[in-house]
Design a protein around this ligand. Structure first.
Ligand SMILES: *[C@@H]1O[C@H](CO)[C@@H](O)[C@H](O)[C@H]1NC(C)=O
Ligand SMILES: *[C@@H]1O[C@H](CO)[C@@H](O)[C@H](O)[C@H]1NC(C)=O
Ligand SMILES: *[C@@H]1O[C@H](CO)[C@@H](O)[C@H](O)[C@H]1NC(C)=O
Length: 433
């Protein structure tokens, strides 16, 4: 008796199901039946081995890098599929390709994906947008949620603003090991960036994905799978060329102008101090733009060095103005006299000044020796300026010429050293790195 009752109940049950699922296409009624007693936390089972969640592709919408926080953030659609036998609602013969049943996110099981190197606190469920889950007649489930991921990325800003960054975003199941949920990567292009919004600052050079399965310290004995999305971005630095690179070149140019200004002008100091302030302002701008790193961007090094150079140039200008101020009683010290040499003068393009100075010095020594009456014969012929000057002032003229020459020499020497250092720094920075 008992078995027959059982079989009758079973028959009724089965016929009820066939009535419900017998009609063509998915029916909203199916949802109620399928969700009755559905445990959305339990992993779909039925296959041998772990459930395979296949990641089909990432459609990138936008991507950006935040230097200050050293993060990469992206918005994309992540396409996945797996098989949940509990959600099959038809038979292959009758209902092949007849559409999908829709389930709300949260009604059925979905993989608990998380960003392993996430920069924000790992909110596993809020991380993915709440998009619907589709289930085919045989239980094949498709889920394409929009994702917004922010991951840590160690930036190398040495060549800022001409840098290229490589960042990784690691996505995987947070709690299920490979033996429970096996996340796999589908063949074919893993990242689609055809419809990516053009970033104003970054150009996407490449994107690739690879699957990694490894053991973590927390949980020895089981492997966890992550999909590593690797993005290579290059900074489009047009605006930074105007806001950071060209000002640097102009600061160098103004420093050169300061060194070329006439030796006895106070404007040298004014312009030098102005330049110092400009370099300081740009350093402040850069430090607001860039994070504190263990390596200093080369442009910051250049600005910093130029700040030092500008200070040195101000000091040199002050010394040079002192040299040429007023009427000197004495000539330049003996140990500086090697600078009056013809070759030294030609190296520093001071030949005409050297001739004039030497002429005046000769005149002075001549007038000393001969008592100043019959002196400066041949010298005066060569240099008409000397003829104009009254004799008693000639010695002073010689002293003044010496100091003027020395001032010019110091200026030129500084200019040479400065230009050489700047050019070699540029060379070292832009060729070697
Ligand atoms: C389920 O059906 C889809 C087509 O709707 C097919 O691509 C897939 O391979 C089927 N899966 C199984 C396990 O039969
Ligand atoms: C997970 O899938 C990968 C790729 O299909 C496979 O090589 C690996 O053996 C699977 N892992 C388990 C535990 O089944
Ligand atoms: C991005 O810019 C490139 C050219 O620079 C253009 O071909 C492409 O269509 C743009 N993409 C979008 C989504 O606007």
């Amino acid at each position: 008796m008992k078995p027959s009752i059982h079989s009758t109940v079973l028959f009724l049950f089965v016929s009820h199901f066939s009535v419900q699922f017998g009609s063509a296409g998915p029916n909203p009624e199916h949802r109620k039946i399928l969700l009755k007693g559905y445990d959305k936390i339990a992993i779909p089972s039925g296959e041998a081995g772990p459930i395979r969640v296949q990641v089909n592709g990432l459609s990138l919408n936008s991507i950006d890098i935040n230097e200050k926080h050293q993060t990469i953030s992206l918005q994309a659609w992540l396409s996945m599929d797996w098989i949940d036998p509990r959600l099959s609602w038809g038979t292959e013969t009758k209902l092949e390709n007849d559409g999908y049943l829709h389930f709300d996110h949260g009604e059925v099981w979905t993989p608990d994906l998380a960003v392993f190197n996430g920069a924000e606190s790992t909110k596993i469920l809020e991380f993915f947008g709440k998009s619907q889950v589709l289930s085919g007649f045989n239980g094949s489930v498709i889920w394409v949620p929009p994702i917004k991921a922010t991951a840590h990325c160690e930036l190398n800003l040495k060549r800022w603003p001409h840098d290229t960054q490589t960042c990784e975003v690691k996505i995987g199941s947070w709690t299920y090991s490979e033996d429970e949920v096996n996340v796999t990567l589908a063949d074919g292009p893993a990242v689609n960036h055809e419809s990516t919004l053009n970033n104003t600052e970054w150009e996407l050079l490449g994107a690739e994905a690879r699957r990694e399965s490894r053991e973590y310290d927390c949980c020895p004995g089981s492997n966890y799978v992550t999909i590593h999305y690797k993005f290579t971005l290059h900074r489009k630095s047009c605006s930074y060329t105007y806001t950071a690179v060209i000002p640097l070149l102009l600061i160098i140019l103004i420093n050169v102008v300061v060194l070329l200004l006439p030796k006895n002008r106070g404007e040298k100091l004014t312009l030098g101090i102005f330049n110092f302030l400009v370099a300081t302002i740009f350093l402040l701008y850069l430090s607001s733009k860039l994070p504190a790193l263990d390596h200093t961007p080369l442009i910051v090094v250049m600005y910093g060095l130029n700040l030092i150079f500008t200070a040195i140039i101000i000091a040199v200008s002050a010394v040079v103005i002192n040299f040429t101020d007023g009427t000197p009683i004495r000539g330049t010290p003996k140990w500086t006299h090697w600078t009056f040499n013809r070759t030294v003068a030609s190296i520093f393009c001071l030949k005409s000044l050297q001739k004039l100075t030497n002429a005046k010095r000769d005149g002075r020594s001549y007038s000393f020796k001969t008592g100043g009456t019959a002196g400066n014969g041949s010298v005066a012929m060569e240099d008409p300026m000397l003829v104009e000057q009254p004799k008693p002032k000639e010695t002073d003229g010689g002293n003044k010429a010496e100091w003027l020459y020395l001032a010019a020499f110091v200026d030129r020497l500084t200019l040479h050293i400065y230009l050489n250092v700047c050019i070699s720094l540029f060379f070292v920075f832009y060729i070697m790195f």
